[in-house]
Every structure is written in C-alpha cells, then in structure tokens.
Design a protein around this ligand. Structure first.
Ligand code: GLN
Length: 290
C-alpha cells in the first residue's frame, strides 16, 4: 500500500496540542508476555487524550457494574466526538462511553464519593499496573491548556446536569476529565498497557474476561467516533483513538498495538496511525474478522 503524503492536521482547539510537530511517528507492538517490538519515536511521550476513556471505563465498570448503563448507552453515535446534537433528542443520555458526553458521565460516575485527586491517583495506578511501569504521569500544562478552552465540554456537562445525568459539580468533573486526557505515555508504554484487554495468559488481569470482551466490543463499535465503521473495515480490530494522535488497537489473544502520529483526519483520528495499523494487520492477518 502507499502511505499518503498528507499527514493531516494536529488538534488545534487545545493550544498545547497545536504546538506538536506533525511529522512524528511511532509504533509499538506488545505481545501477551510483555515483549515489545517498536519502530520510530516509540520512547517519546504523547498526550493519550481520549484513549484514557478506555481506562476510566474499565474503572467505572469495576465500581458500578451494569448500573453504569442506566446513564450511558452502548451504540455508535455516527457523529463527531464532541457533538451535542443527540444529547437533547435522547434526554441527556450519551450514546456511548467514548464520545465526550459519555466519557464525562463515566468520569462523573467514578468521582462520586471521591476527590478529583483520588480519582486521578486511581487512574494512574490502573494505567501503571496495566503497563507494569511506574513512569507514567499527567502533563499539567496540557490539562490547564484544555481546561481554559473547554467551552464545548462544559456545554455538554451542563446540558447533562440540566437533564439530571451529572452527580457532581460540573467544574469538578471537567477538571478531572481534562487531567485524565492529559496522561502522557510512549507508544511502548501504551502497547504494554493495552495487554489487559488481550484476554491471554501472562497479561495483567485487571478486569474479568467477560468485561474484556465487552470493552473490546465498545471499542470496535465506538472507539473512533464517526470513523468507527471505516476503522473496522480497514483494520478489523477494536481500537481507541485520541486527538493527541495516538491509537490503541487490540488483536485479542495476540498483541496490543499502539501507534502515534499527531496529524488527524476529518474525524479527529490519527491519519498516518490508521494507515500504519492497517498495513500491520494486513501483513499479520490479525483482523478479528478472519
Ligand atoms: N480532551 C479531548 C476533548 O475532550 C479528547 C477528545 C479526543 O481525544 N477525541 O476534546
């Protein structure tokens, strides 16, 4: 296949992310054993942004179980990650936990009874345990940069509060959310962290096998927003993207794949990253569709 010359555009609505050099690229593949194969700038940390939603969802399901589904759905949205359109028609219940509105509900759910600092501590503990690496942190400058420009997410949270689907002051939920999105990881760390979703011997077991299957199903259907169908068609793996240009993809039982290239396509998903994972799954035959 040919790799497109056009690398896409970096996220420009978060000022700190707008400064990132578009030409960067890294790919890492972690096997169930934890052995990592990598290429490119796989030791450069990047902002995981919405990939953090996979980890907060795992934590929320661990705490609330199926009760979470009374507040957020499990259907693809077919709309942009930050769209507000469906929320009014659907009474403040977001379509899924990976669009921003849904992720705000998940963060709000794990915030109840805890301070933001405790929730972020739990999140870092979860990610570090998954990656078996303590050197994973939140970039405070990126968090503040997003916080200062969070008008859309504040609008989503306030609308859901008006519909009775927020339990905590929206400022606390937004503050926690921008910090979870500002977790920084290298592709090597992210690939290792994704192993808890492989359902294979040797991987950190942080959630039950039944929950692993469900999180993977949600990633397949909703992990790339209105680009989820295209990602399933081209790559054939559950995946989750972030506007920092990262993608985590899971080849169940086989490998956890992380890719990073900050240029985004029209749906806000890494352009070169998608092409690289597509090329990798084509070469390895790792599609879940046979
Ligand atoms: N922090 C980003 C936002 O809320 C995350 C979006 C994304 O990565 N798709 O806009």
């Amino acid at each position: 296949m040919t790799i497109a010359e056009d690398r896409g555009t970096v996220a420009n609505y978060i000022p700190e992310l707008a400064k990132i050099e578009v030409g960067q690229f890294a790919l890492a593949v972690a096997l169930p054993s934890g052995e990592v194969f990598s290429a490119g700038a796989s030791d450069v940390p990047f902002s995981i942004q919405s990939i953090s939603k996979v980890f907060t969802l795992a934590i929320a399901l661990g705490r609330l179980g199926d009760q979470l589904w009374s507040r957020v759905g499990r259907e693809p949205s077919g709309l942009a990650f930050n769209s507000i359109l469906q929320l009014e028609q659907e009474n403040g219940i977001p379509r899924n936990p990976f669009v921003n509105a849904g992720a705000l509900v998940v963060t709000d759910a794990i915030l109840s009874g805890h301070k933001p600092r405790e929730v972020l501590g739990d999140l870092l503990r979860f990610i570090r345990a998954a990656a078996e690496d303590e050197d994973i942190h939140i970039n405070e400058i990126v968090a503040r940069s997003e916080q200062a420009t969070s008008h859309r997410n504040i609008a989503l949270a306030e609308f859901m509060a008006a519909m009775g689907n927020m339990r905590n002051p929206t400022a606390l939920t937004i503050g926690t959310y921008v910090h979870q999105c500002a977790v920084e990881m290298t592709t090597a760390q992210l690939a290792r962290a994704g192993r808890f979703l492989l359902g294979a011997a040797g991987c950190p077991r942080l959630v039950s096998p039944a929950r692993v299957r469900r999180i993977n199903a949600l990633m397949m259907m909703c992990g790339h927003y209105d680009g989820s169908g295209e990602f399933a068609y081209r790559v054939g793996l559950p995946g989750k993207s972030g506007v920092g240009g990262g993608i985590l993809a899971i080849a169940p039982g086989k490998a956890s794949i992380a890719v990073w290239s900050p240029g985004l396509n029209a749906q806000g998903n890494s352009k070169l990253g998608t092409e690289a994972i597509e090329a990798l799954t084509k070469a390895t035959g790792w599609s879940v569709f046979g």
